[in-house]
Design a protein around this ligand. Sequence first.
Ligand SMILES: [Ca+2]
Ligand SMILES: [Ca+2]
Length: 171
Amino acid sequence: MMGHKVEVMLFKVAVMIILLGSPGVLATECSTQCPTAFTVKHLKSCYLFLYAPGTEATWYEANAYCATQNAHLLTIETSAEYYYILGRIRAWGKTGHNVWTGNNDISGRWQWAGGPCFDTTSMRYTHWGHGQPDNSKGREHCIHLYSPFSLKMNDVACYSKYNFICEINLK
Ligand SMILES: [Ca+2]
Ligand SMILES: [Ca+2]
């Protein structure tokens, strides 16, 4: 059963790569400039927004996909970054979409998941929706930007499927 799940996940990641087109460079070293697919650059970060139909993914799938791009799931480390991302989502008319961040408390405390070129870091900046995090039914261990909460943070089950944003912190 587990093997089947992994196969399905790998298949979906492969489909997403095909849908998006392969990036110009699959760098093994950490990026000093934004790869072609990462069209949004702000301060020292590059962002890839995955909003295409069919790219909704579980937190685990999204996390794995970003790693294939030499990136990590969105890390919102400052209020400036939060409002910048919010502004982009609004500008594109995508406020109806829920968006994964890289934050999770799978290890027991909230932290931003690391990636190929980014270390796991503890959560300092927060922008929780009202009453969050509430760990509803004891199964909410990943954070998304929740559309009904005006894209404030909410903890939710990691197996939910949402759009997501990959980020690269430039060296
Ligand atoms: Ca960030
Ligand atoms: Ca919640």
